[in-house]
Design a protein around this ligand. Structure first.
Ligand code: 4AD
Ligand code: MG
Length: 463
């Protein structure tokens, strides 16, 4: 018999078909007429399908009447038109096999609704809830759109290393990778000698694939990376993870405005696809998580992103009259509260802030003629704040090396990066988009720990 997923069995055109469905019980309701209604979910969509189990089934009294939330079943039957509200079809079961029981006294999801905080304790069970199922499907749709977008625009997908010796962002927030026996070294209080270490030098988990992506962009034109990145910043906030996924396009012969165009088109494409492919899940987020999310996303699609020089952003913040926790003056890095004020209160739209002070940005960003600012850009999105960070890259050899010296970087360690400016240098640009912040932006989920299956945060790396 043909196996159908619940999302397909719910379609009108399957009426009359014999099918096999497999999934987990959400609820059971016994009717006085000698039959039971089972709600079954298989994760293929938000909705359940209703199963009618008649007392003529051989295991009706022994098993079916004992089914409860979390039990797993295979069932066969005929798909019928349903008169019930919110469903077009239901299944009249001819057989139901129970694979696994879930003791209602012990199964944690027996209770209808738990807080997201509580559900974080059950990372192994939370994907069985409506909210986490919906997040997983939207996250999947976003990943598909990322590849679709770049492939359609003729970008090459390149893989950059996860283990590296260089700190791209220069922020010193890297996790060390070593095979040295730290316990013995500590016990014997001997000196660290990296010549005994696996890579012969201090090595780390990457914070960004950008520098390596630049190598491929300056050979192949347009490339993108999409992989895990790691930051050992000790920030316990609703938008920071120690392990997150980043998408990094890098384009030769692109200047900052071209970079902004790609970022805007890219974000709009992701939103369009999510609304289109995950409409049921998106309705759910609007109903249960953030009742403005659909309107916000529609307005993101309907309007152009604001493009705002940093200097003007600072003026707006200074004139706002708002008492920010971090006082604003020219030269500071924008904090989350400033970013959110600009995008949510002032412009009610995504904002691309650009031309930041050189003193707060990494060595690789192109220095403007004013000598004070660099061609950096941050895209700020409602509900999230900074979602993208990028720049035009410094392609002039002399400026790059003096910037490295300014930031106390050892040019010898970056000899290969400098070579790209010695041999056929070109203007080029790129950006990094944090996948989890993007999923937050699309779903309206408040905490970044709830949009990645297994969040890694300070003090927490269970499973
Ligand atoms: O602004 P960032 O640090 O930029 C870079 O790493 C550049 N090398 C990217 C490039 O130009 N290719 O990080 C880029 C984005 C941020 O805007 C944010 O969305 C995300 O990565 N991000 C984080 N997401 C979750 N947890 C963290 N700790 C994050 N740090 C950055
Ligand atoms: Mg940034």
């Amino acid at each position: 018999m043909q196996k159908l997923r619940v999302c397909d069995a719910r379609k009108q055109e399957t009426v009359g078909q014999q099918a096999c469905l497999q999934g987990w019980i959400r609820t059971r309701r016994d009717s006085k007429g000698g039959f039971s209604f089972l709600e079954v979910n298989d994760g293929s969509c938000l909705a359940n399908i209703q199963i009618i189990a008649d007392n003529s089934l051989s295991n009706y009294e022994t098993e079916i009447k004992k089914l409860s939330a979390g039990c797993s079943v295979s069932l066969e039957g005929e798909i019928k038109e349903s008169g019930g509200k919110g469903q077009t079809t239901e299944v009249l079961a001819t057989s139901i096999t129970v694979h696994g029981w879930a003791d209602p006294e012990e199964f944690p999801l027996q209770k209808k609704r738990h807080s997201f905080e509580k559900l974080r304790e059950w990372a192994h069970l939370r994907p069985r809830t409506n909210a986490f199922g919906a997040v997983a499907r939207v996250r999947n749709s976003i990943c598909r759109s990322i590849h679709d977008f770049f492939q359609e625009e003729s970008f090459l997908y390149v893989h950059t290393p996860i283990i590296t010796a260089s700190d791209c962002e220069g922020a010193g927030e890297m996790f060390r990778v070593t095979t040295l026996d730290l316990e013995t070294i500590a016990e014997k209080a001997c000196q660290l000698d990296y010549s005994f270490d696996f890579f012969d030098r201090p090595s780390f988990l990457t914070v960004s694939g950008q520098l390596e992506a630049e190598i491929y962009a300056t050979a192949l034109g347009k490339v993108y990376t999409f992989g895990p990145t790691f930051r050992a910043e000790n920030s316990n906030t609703s938008r920071h993870l120690a392990e997150f996924w980043m998408i990094e396009p890098e384009m030769a012969f692109y200047e900052l405005p071209d970079n902004m165009d790609v970022a805007e088109r890219f974000l709009k494409r992701i939103v369009t696809d999510a609304l289109d492919r995950c409409s049921e899940d998106m309705e759910f987020f609007n109903l249960r998580v953030d009742d403005t999310i659909l309107a916000t996303l529609q307005s993101v699609l309907d309007n152009e992103f604001v493009r705002l020089p940093y200097t003007e952003a600072v003026e707006i913040l200074e004139k706002s009259g708002v008492a920010f926790d971090f006082p604003v003056r020219w030269g500071i890095d924008l904090q989350s509260e400033h970013e959110r004020f600009l995008t949510e209160q002032h412009f009610h739209a995504p904002v691309i802030v650009y031309d930041f002070p050189r003193s707060i940005k990494p060595f690789y960003m192109y220095v403007n003629d004013d000598g004070k600012t660099v061609r950096a850009m941050d895209v700020l999105a409602p509900n999230v704040g900074e979602i993208i960070g990028g720049s035009q890259r410094e392609d002039r050899l002399d400026v790059l090396t003096s910037r490295m010296a300014e930031q106390d970087l050892n040019a010898e360690e970056y000899w290969w990066y400098i070579d790209l400016r010695r041999f056929g240098t070109v203007p080029h640009s790129g950006f990094g988009l944090g996948l989890e912040r993007l999923v937050q932006f699309v779903t309206g989920m408040k905490n970044i720990r709830d949009v990645i299956p297994f969040p890694r945060t300070p003090g927490s790396a269970d499973f």
